[in-house]
Design a protein around this ligand. Structure first.
Ligand code: ATP
Ligand code: SF4
Length: 296
């Protein structure tokens, strides 16, 4: 084993499941689905420990969605300490390139080798500790970042799986098909497909109307023999939580952790939270099947 593989194995040895979230097209809601998946897994039991790693290097949005914008990474003698979105409870850990940027809105303009180096560092240096789930938010498409990620995680391949996010429109579905062929080419198990922005939740009465086409993701899943995990409509209550960035006055430290809990406190009242319960059941069922196959 190379020294990198040894470090990745050591860092991820106590992580039970690693779920990579993919989308063919940009802007279909991959980061919001990653955030909701992490949040729902975190809430699935009072002791669940969850990590979320944002490797969308050029557009890191997980810190903003978790209300952690403005936080920095704490370097300990044993590697990078993630930022905890639930403060002192320390069960919802987050790491993102967004924590390394000098100020909010700065962009990362890096060539391939530097991006690859960052991914290596995320996988080999972050002190995740024991985790039940690590959710990884990736850039749209299937780029060098995806290949680096999978290559470096080869020692833990048996614990990897993926979720594909698409919107119902034909262009997004075509790109989701490319994503699917990528997962097949690299032998990455797929837990299922989620159709995001499928219909619109009326903020007045809660009724879901199908303003644009819907059902394209479900149809693709059926055709390709994938599990359809469920649909999520355009939800204005969710956006107001995800897009409301709360910048804390002081950067947190392990002794004085993050204290912006708005998403954690208010998410369960959104229409998306109710619909995500069904998606989570599907994810849990697929993980069980995957585990049974692996243990044969
Ligand atoms: N179901 C939804 N209802 C309403 N708004 C949503 C929904 N899903 C995502 N959004 C919003 O759409 C925007 C894009 O979502 P998000 O950043 O999750 O997409 P992405 O696929 O990760 O984008 P990128 O290509 O930049 O990685 C965000 O403002 C997000 O809050
Ligand atoms: S009934 Fe129709 S128009 Fe009236 S609030 Fe609900 S969705 Fe909007």
């Amino acid at each position: 084993m190379s020294s990198l593989e040894t470090s990745v194995s050591r860092r991820l040895q106590s992580v039970k499941h690693i779920i990579i979230v993919l989308s063919g097209k940009g802007g279909v809601g991959k980061s919001s689905v990653s955030t909701q998946l992490a949040l729902n897994l975190y809430r699935s039991t009072p002791t669940a420990r969850v990590g979320i790693l944002d490797v969308d290097l050029t557009g890191p949005s997980i810190p903003r969605m978790l209300g952690l914008d403005g936080h920095g990474v704490h370097q300990s003698s044993d590697g990078w300490v993630p930022v905890y979105a639930d403060g002192a409870e320390a069960r919802l850990a987050c790491m993102s390139v967004g924590f390394l940027l000098k100020k909010k809105g700065d962009s990362v303009v890096w060539r391939g080798p530097k991006k690859n180096g960052m991914i290596r560092q995320f996988l080999s240096d972050v002190r995740w500790g024991d985790l039940d789930y690590l959710v990884i938010d990736t850039p749209p498409g299937t780029s060098d970042e995806h290949l680096s990620l999978l290559e470096h995680m080869a020692p833990v391949h048996s614990r990897l799986s993926s979720v594909i996010v698409t919107t119902p429109q034909a262009v997004a579905l075509m790109d989701a098909m490319k994503c699917l062929s990528f997962t097949r080419a690299v032998n990455l198990p797929i837990l299922g497909l989620i159709e995001n922005m499928s219909g619109y939740v009326c903020p007045c009465c809660g009724e879901i109307s199908n303003v644009f086409s819907t059902g394209g993701g479900e149809e693709m899943a059926r055709r390709e023999g994938l599990k359809f995990l469920g649909s999520l409509p355009v939800d204005t209550e969710l956006v107001s939580l995800l897009d409301a960035s709360e910048v804390p006055a002081d950067a947190p430290t392990p002794e004085k952790p993050a204290e912006s809990f708005r998403l954690l406190e208010e998410y369960s009242a959104t229409p998306s939270a109710k619909l995500f319960k069904h998606i989570l059941e599907g994810v849990a069922a697929s993980l069980e099947v995957q585990q049974a196959v692996e243990s044969r």
